[in-house]
Ligand binder design. Structure first.
Ligand code: GLN
Length: 310
């Protein structure tokens, strides 16, 4: 607890954690990526970082997990920084209301994905980085490590291989976009970059630290380094708010009321601008592919504290 932010976060997160831990272990671990099934489904961690440098954790908050689609926000951050508004010629900013790997709208929308938070959108952004950067995979990892202020963040090669072995839908998405002229580079190379991005591993502690800049108008509050302009940081938060949970983005906004992003590894990260970033991890997913206990935790947390953006 600090003077500038007189909320007793440690007590609150421990209290909410105890309530959610006692709930029945509903949902299922992601089964369509074989490597993700090996995780211990009972693990549950929470970590919160405030802008003044304090942090609070509970449970499995220091265990690494596959952040999966959460890394789409970091990819967007890098590409938006590099490309600016020209990005929006290749990918939209509308919520899809469909599952993260759906093909349905892509045909209708002539190969332009609805937003960067679904698989098709992130694949297009990987394609853009392939055209712009000489070593896209290395530069992307270096960028993530820089934002995380942690040189140990890495890809998991087993998860990359595992996703490749079952990447039928992602292959279908990229081929459809290629047919519409919205993919410029070699399909296998773009998919390799996309699967590498999805395989990044972090702990809850590392994840909430990494997202602090989005709670602070684009500036890392600890290093004081500007990562995104004020306007771009607001827009990335707006995209997380409207698109971060696929066909459950409305539900997350309704129940939690924070910009956030989920991944099929069971992680969720959310930010409260001017206050904090919080990461929650519990591998069992609900039917929409979002962490069951993670959603529940954040709903109780923002309800109990009144700390939502609405
Ligand atoms: N790697 C996963 C996929 O491409 C990411 C999906 C997710 O986390 N929602 O299917």
């Amino acid at each position: 607890m600090t003077q500038s932010d007189p909320v007793d976060y440690q007590r609150i997160i421990e209290n909410v954690y105890a309530k959610v831990t006692s709930l029945e272990g509903k949902g299922q671990v992601a089964h369509y990526i074989p490597e993700l099934q090996h995780v211990d489904a009972t693990q549950f961690g929470v970590h919160l970082n405030t802008l003044d440098g304090s942090d609070f954790g509970v449970g499995s908050n220091q265990t690494k997990f596959s952040i999966q689609s959460i890394s789409k926000v970091l990819l967007l951050t890098l590409a938006y920084k590099e490309r600016g508004d020209t990005l929006w010629k290749r990918v939209g900013v509308e919520p899809s209301g469909t599952p993260f790997n759906s093909l349905v709208q892509l045909e209708h929308d002539c190969g332009i994905p609805r937003n960067p938070m679904i698989n098709a959108g992130a694949i297009v952004i990987c394609d853009i980085l392939m055209s712009d950067l000489s070593d896209p995979k290395g530069e992307m990892l270096a960028f993530i490590r820089e934002i995380a202020q942690n040189s140990k963040i890495d890809f998991n090669p087993k998860v990359i291989q595992s996703e490749k072995s079952v990447g039928y839908r992602n292959t279908a998405l990229i081929n459809l976009m290629r047919a519409f002229g919205n993919i410029e580079n070699d399909i296998d190379q773009v998919l390799n970059l996309y699967f590498s991005l999805c395989s990044v591993e972090m702990t809850c502690q590392e994840l909430s630290r990494t997202f602090l800049f989005l709670a602070n108008d684009g500036i890392d509050p600890i290093t004081k380094q500007r990562i995104l302009s004020l306007s771009k940081s607001k827009r990335v938060n707006a995209i997380m708010q409207t698109c971060g949970f696929y066909d459950e983005a409305g539900e997350f906004t309704f129940r939690v009321g924070l910009p956030g992003k989920s991944g099929v590894g069971g992680g969720i990260v959310a930010v409260h601008p001017e206050h904090f970033a919080i990461a929650v991890w519990s591998p069992r997913l609900n039917k929409k592919g979002n962490s069951y206990k993670g959603m529940k935790f954040l709903e109780l947390f923002t309800t109990q504290t009144g700390l939502s953006v609405f």
